[in-house]
Each structure stands twice: as C-alpha cells, then as structure tokens.
Design a protein around this ligand. Structure first.
Ligand SMILES: [Zn+2]
Length: 429
C-alpha cells in the first residue's frame, strides 16, 4: 500500500509505502502498489497513544465496551490505549488484565494495554498481585488505582519499590481524600459564589509533593495522572530539576475549560457535563498547564476518557457522575489550546501524544517516529477542517462531552494500525 500526499509532522508533501504492517519507503512520487490511499495533503502523525482511558468493560458495558471504546479511540487517531483498572471486577489480577487484553486484540481497532490496580479492589489496604500482572500475557507495566488515590504513604512506598523489578511505573491519582470530602468543584471564587463544597488545589499538590519525595527516596518511577493546578506544575518542575524519575500528564479539558463554566455556560448553569475529577480549575491554572506542557514539565496529554450513561450525567449536579469522554475530540482540543496558540508545533504534539506516552508505558510497537522500519501506526489529520461537535456521531457508547455544539478545529481523516486502516475518510472501517 502507498499513502500518497501527506505532510509528515506538517512538513513537505511525501508518500509512505507500507508492506506487511511496516513502513518500507518514504519519499515523493512512490509508485507500484495495488492499494493507494490519497492523503489529500493531511498531516501524518505517529499513531496516538493514550495513557489514561476508561473502557468500562468488564462491568459497565452500558457506558462503554472494549470494542466501542477502541472504535472511539481509532476515530480520535489513537492506535493504542492504556485501559484503566477501575472496572468491575477490578483489574487487580492476571486473569482480569488478560481478559481486557484479549478483548482488545479481538476487536482490532487499536491495541489495548491494560493498567493493573495498585491495591486489591482499589481499596487502598493491601497491594495487588503486581508481579503476576507484569508476568501475564498482558505484560502490565503501568499500575494505578485511578479514581482513588493511594493515600497511604507506606503502601505507596511499597508499590514504588515493587514495580522496580520489572521497570513498571505507579500512576497516581493525586487527591488527598481527607481534604476533598463531599467536594463538588474547584475550591475558589466560583465555588464560594455558588455555595458548592470546594476541592482545594492543595489536596492534589500535597500528594504530588509526597509522591515525588517517595519516588526519589526509593529510586523508582512515578507518573502523575491528570495534573490540574499551577501549584502542581511548580512541584513537578522542582522534582524534575532534581533529576528524579517523575512524569506527568494533563487532559485536553484541563487545557481548555475553566470552573466558570459551572456557573455560566452555553449549556446553562450547574450543568453536570462539566463535573469531572479533578475539577475544572481557573484560567490561571489553564495558562500554567499549557506552559508546562509546552516546556516539558508536563510530559504528555492523556484523555481520561470517562464514559457515563445519560442517566448518570443528566441529573442534578450533586448526584451526577464525574467524568467526560475525550478520545474523539482530544487532538482537536490540543490543536485549539496548544497549536493555535503557537505553544506547540506538530512535532511537539507527536512527542506528547504518541512518543512519550508509549515510552512511559513501556509499550512496544507504538510511539515510533514515522520512519522506514517502524510499524505503520499512522494518523492522518486535517488541521484546516472545522467541525461542530455532535456527540451523536461518536463511536463511543456515551455522549458526555463538554464540547457539544462547540466548533473545534481539525479532523482525523484516517488511522492505520500496523498498516491496516481502522478509519478512512473519518469513518470506521
Ligand atoms: Zn483519576
């Protein structure tokens, strides 16, 4: 197959030859293939890799399944996702992670790399069988109780020590639970005006500071999930300046949206579509997160794709579930927040949405630059398109997007997983 007329990382037009799932030639005017896909001048990026996806299967197949979640990922330009462990049953044994891994392979829309739970049942009391999950067919390297914080310092220390044996990483959902009891939104001016219980920045920052110190103390790898405050950025900058092995992610929504939307938005006030954990923060936090992603203090963009059925979101604010879907809008939101503002070029986007996430997850076969000899995991993206977000068009089973009705730049034209198209002309194949 030859993919004609694409601009690799936004560069000069070129063609890409793919044989047996691998890139075998790159250059202008390639000829001699039975199968030709016209890229139409689209930007070619290495297939995106998400470090933080909730696929909901097993247990909440009404919200998402491995199949629909990976279809959603493919439409968003992803060729691999890390599936979070907070399923039912929890992915805390070799059996459950292998089940999720197999479902991903059967679906074929993108690779699914299961994340293992840190503690049994996400209960924060005893370590799960990290070694058995690492040794399983799913080859788990990322461990997280995401949705819950590993708040016990001794357990966190043990987990960090344990994963060193197989070059794993503990991905922490940083939230000191004693500081966020009953919290409904960011603690600040807006929560004060609305009379909603606030979620202070310090609840995130205190855990990040502690975990950076623990990771340094035991010489292990820490990854911080969904960083959301300017103070967290300062702590990460300090930890990195020490040379400690700490990485971090930011979600697309924390790069674009603020807590003011809770009070007043195109979708009304108190609309639970904006309820998310960690909460949307202030404009100053958004600016700090963008700067941190640009300068490398924050390493990657991760979606925290969190599907919820309508009945769990379209209810009163206090009762609504926390979370947003994100796979199918991630690249557009990053273009809006980071490329359109001049903070990142397309090479920078590829680094933060493909190369680095694969490296942090120790995921083989993904996150390689588009080059001869690399697996043909490729995303074609038209940055000049403008699309009004219509959740009914999503491949995801859930519709809980905060961007409904918004016009965002860009469109994923095609996605190739080891040379096989999963999306062509914007549609699943
Ligand atoms: Zn989380």
């Amino acid at each position: 197959m030859i993919i004609k007329n694409v601009r690799i990382l936004g560069g000069d037009p070129a063609d890409i030859r793919v044989e047996n799932g691998e890139i075998t030639a790159i250059g202008p005017g390639l000829q001699g293939a039975d199968d030709v896909v016209d890229g139409g001048g689209a930007i070619a990026l290495p297939g995106l890799v998400d470090l933080h996806t909730h696929l909901r299967e097993p247990g909440r197949e009404d919200a998402e399944t491995v199949l629909t979640g990976t279809q959603s990922a493919a439409r968003g330009g992803y060729t691999a996702v890390h599936a979070m462990a907070n399923t039912s049953p929890v992915a805390d044994t070799a059996g459950v992670v292998e089940q999720v891994y197999r479902l991903g392979q059967e679906g074929g829309f993108c690779d699914v790399q299961p994340v293992g739970a840190v503690t049994v049942g996400l209960e924060g009391r005893q370590l799960a069988e990290l070694g058995a999950m690492a040794d399983s067919a799913a080859r788990v390297r990322v461990f997280s109780d995401d949705g819950h914080c590993v708040d016990d310092a001794v357990l966190m220390r043990r987990a960090l020590e344990y994963v060193k044996a197989f070059d794993g990483v503990v991905a922490q959902h940083a939230q000191e639970p004693r500081l966020t009891g009953g919290a409904q939104m960011n603690e600040g001016v807006v929560s004060g005006r609305l009379g909603l219980a606030g979620w202070p920045a310090v609840a995130e920052e205190a855990i990040i500071a502690r975990d950076c110190l623990l990771a340094a103390h035991v010489g292990s790898r820490l990854h911080v999930c969904h960083v959301s405050t300017a103070g967290s950025v300062e702590i990460l900058r300090w930890a990195k300046s020490k040379g400690w092995n700490v990485t971090a992610e930011v979600t697309p929504h924390h790069l674009l949206l603020t807590d003011e939307l809770v009070e007043d938005s195109p979708n009304g006030s108190y609309n639970p579509i904006y309820k998310v954990n960690p909460p949307l923060r202030t404009r100053a936090d958004v600016e700090a997160l963008r700067a941190a992603l640009a300068d490398g203090t924050i390493d990657v963009v991760a979606t925290d794709h969190a599907p919820h059925p309508v009945e769990d979101k379209e209810t009163e604010w206090a009762a609504a579930a926390m979370g947003m879907v994100g796979l199918e809008t991630a690249l557009s939101v990053v273009q809006e927040a980071m490329v359109g503002t001049g903070l990142l070029d397309w090479a920078g986007v590829a680094e933060r949405m493909s190369l680095k996430p694969a490296e942090i997850g120790r995921l083989n076969g993904h996150g390689n630059p588009i080059a001869v000899g690399a697996p043909a995991n490729i995303t074609l993206y038209d940055p000049d398109a403008r699309i009004e977000v219509d959740p009914r068009a999503f491949a995801s089973k859930s519709r809980n997007t905060p961007y409904e009705g918004m016009t965002l730049p860009g469109r994923v034209v095609a996605t190739f997983l080891r040379g096989k198209p999963t999306v062509l002309e914007g549609k699943l194949v």
